[in-house]
Ligand binder design. Structure first.
Ligand code: ZN
Length: 146
């Protein structure tokens, strides 16, 4: 797993590792081949088979964070935008801009087509690009469903 996560293609992807079983957690922590990874690791051990099959105790938490981002975005944008709008997920920041315009300003490195993270022009926090895109789509869908 660690070796895979260090492959260039996966290194650029916005991945997370979820450890659901103690055996997997032990193997991960043992790090037999001494490979370090930057990928965020979430330990979410399940005690019963039902929990393992039934899925997500941690997913609702992630969902909640995404909902907060979307809720904030809806409040900031207020009406159906004609473009995909990037909204900073930081609670105190009010930055919003069409995704295309933000991309033009932020995508400067010629060897990268899409950055993994950008720096918010207002609050200077690092924000995963994938999170901005996913939220912009959710925002568009929210107003499309009205
Ligand atoms: Zn911000």
């Amino acid at each position: 797993m660690r070796l895979l996560l260090n492959a260039p293609a996966f290194k650029r992807a916005p991945l997370q590792v979820h450890l659901f079983e103690e055996t997997a957690q032990n193997a991960w922590n043992l790090n037999k081949f001494q490979i370090s990874v930057d990928t965020p690791v979430l330990e979410d051990l399940r005690t019963s088979e039902e929990e393992l099959i039934g899925g997500g105790q941690s997913l609702p938490i992630k969902q909640k964070a995404e909902d907060e981002h979307l809720k904030k975005s809806i409040a900031l944008v207020e009406e159906k935008p004609d473009k995909l709008i990037a909204v900073c997920p930081c609670p105190e920041c009010r930055f919003r801009e069409p995704l295309v315009e933000l991309a033009k300003r932020c995508f400067t490195e010629k060897d990268q087509l899409i950055p993994i993270k950008i720096t918010c022009p207002d609050c200077n926090n690092s924000v995963p690009w994938s999170k901005l895109v996913a939220n912009a789509k959710s925002l568009r869908d929210y107003f499309s469903d009205e």
